[in-house]
Design a protein around this ligand. Structure first.
Ligand code: 5AD
Length: 435
């Protein structure tokens, strides 16, 4: 009988993609994917450890799986960043887990399934990247890893431990994967890396901007995105590529983390407030219509009211189209633990609320500003809430639901269409396709 599997995924885009790779390689081995844990012979938890909360979720989930396993035949694997961070310790804490496998071993699943290894948390030289076996959930989009790991050592961050040192994929490998994705109808390409713009081809030394241009020139790539850029790695080559290729999104996620140079230094972010704002200005000068999004951490050790006010004022200045904000969460083994105690939790919570409130206002203004404009939308398919409408995304990654009364007869997923915006909703836009 065919074996079945279920994968639960937490965390970032890299984890999403790792799950797609795991799923693809299981299917190659004859496994069948099922929609619920109850039907699965093998359950993989692809975990995240970026903040303490993410980690706690994993262990409470494992508690539930223990009961399930007491009733029937079931194999449980813990993958991802909690696996990497905790390793063997997971087997002590949850002995009903069958194996533990870190992000460096996604390409080596068979060694683990065959029972050869129970704990696989190294970073093998050969990462075994079988891109033809990726089980992509979208018919129009493909995510493509270009660089794994991170060489920055931000003092708050667990990623250097969980995903290892930076390894860029060869330039031509990336192009081959993109071509294969486009051939299968995925006209929207998202290049991924923890520090995507630190990319450097290990064979030729070509940089991120050069790669961006080369991917943008591939026939039928309708939209090109990338995630996540580090502010200190933004350079002219990257900006010029974005400016010169219309199919590269006018959208840049550029995590700032704090608006205070003092805190940025303690975080070891390698830029100051002024340097960050200059970078934003430089990009805006080259690409005036660009939109930015960001990540912010509040309550980092030593963050005073004044430091926090500087974060708010920076958000006001840049006017991010979207942003994510988090309370600082101490992570095992990170240098920030030695800097001092985090800010009092009540104060950190209040700061977080103030960031959200400010951002709500800015986002509202952004969404309202689109009313009456015609925006290019990449069609994804029928809207989930209203089958008479289609859904797609703008260049800035905003979801648009729209009717097609005056559009050409059939609008297949993957087509690019002008949509006149008539309504701004909470997070999304509504409109009508124009002929
Ligand atoms: N505490 C809180 N937020 C964190 N992030 C990373 N590490 C931590 C931490 N220890 C946030 C950063 C990063 C995003 C992915 O998660 O803002 O950009």
């Amino acid at each position: 009988m065919t074996k079945t599997f279920f994968i639960e995924t937490w965390g970032c885009q890299m984890n999403d993609l790792d799950s797609q790779r795991l799923s693809g390689s299981l299917k190659l081995r004859g496994y069948r994917r099922v929609d619920t844990e109850g039907e699965a012979d093998l359950i993989l938890l692809n975990t995240c450890s970026i903040r303490d909360k993410s980690e706690q979720k994993v262990f409470s989930h494992l508690g539930r799986l223990r009961e399930m396993k007491s009733e029937r035949e079931l194999q449980i694997g813990v993958c991802g960043c909690v696996a990497q961070q905790e390793g063997e310790a997971i087997l002590h804490r949850a002995p009903w887990v069958d194996f533990v496998m870190g992000p460096g071993n996604v390409g080596h699943l068979d060694q683990i399934l065959s029972g050869d290894r129970r704990v696989a948390i190294d970073f093998p030289e050969d990462r075994n990247y079988d891109y033809l076996a990726i089980d992509r959930p979208s018919a129009t989009k493909a995510q493509v890893t270009i660089i794994e790991g991170c060489n920055k050592n931000c003092t708050f961050c667990i990623v250097p431990t969980t995903r290892g040192r930076e390894v860029s994929r060869p330039f031509d490998d990336v192009l081959r994967e993109v071509r294969a994705a486009v051939d299968s109808g995925r006209v929207e390409i998202e290049l991924l890396g923890q520090t995507v713009n630190a990319y450097r081809c290990p064979i030729t030394g070509r940089d991120f901007g050069t790669l961006l241009s080369a991917v943008a020139k591939i026939d039928r790539v309708a939209r090109l995105r990338f995630m996540t850029s580090h502010p200190a790695e933004v350079n002219d080559s990257m900006i010029t590529a974005m400016r010169d290729h219309e199919n590269i999104s006018r959208y840049l996620h550029l995590p700032v983390q704090s608006g205070s140079s003092k805190i940025l230094r303690r975080m070891k972010r390698l830029y100051t407030r002024e340097h960050y704002l200059e970078t934003i200005a430089r990009i805006r000068e080259a690409i005036p219509e660009i939109h930015f999004s960001t990540d912010v951490i509040v309550g980092f050790p030593g963050e005073t009211d004044d430091d926090f006010e500087q974060t708010l004022s920076l958000i006001e200045k840049v006017r991010y189209g979207s942003m994510f904000a988090f309370k600082y969460s101490p992570r095992p083994g990170t240098p920030a633990l030695k800097i001092g105690a985090p800010v009092d939790d009540a104060i950190a919570s209040e700061r977080l609320t103030r960031v959200f409130d400010l951002h709500e206002r800015i986002k509202r203004e952004h969404l309202e500003s689109y009313r009456g404009r015609v925006l290019p939308v990449l069609v994804e398919g029928p809207s989930k809430h209203d089958a008479s409408m289609l859904t797609g995304r703008t260049d800035y990654n905003i979801v648009v639901n729209f009717s097609t009364a005056s559009a050409p007869a059939a609008v297949p997923p993957g087509s690019m269409l002008g949509v006149r915006i008539d309504q701004a909703q909470h997070h999304t836009l509504r409109g009508e396709a124009v002929a």
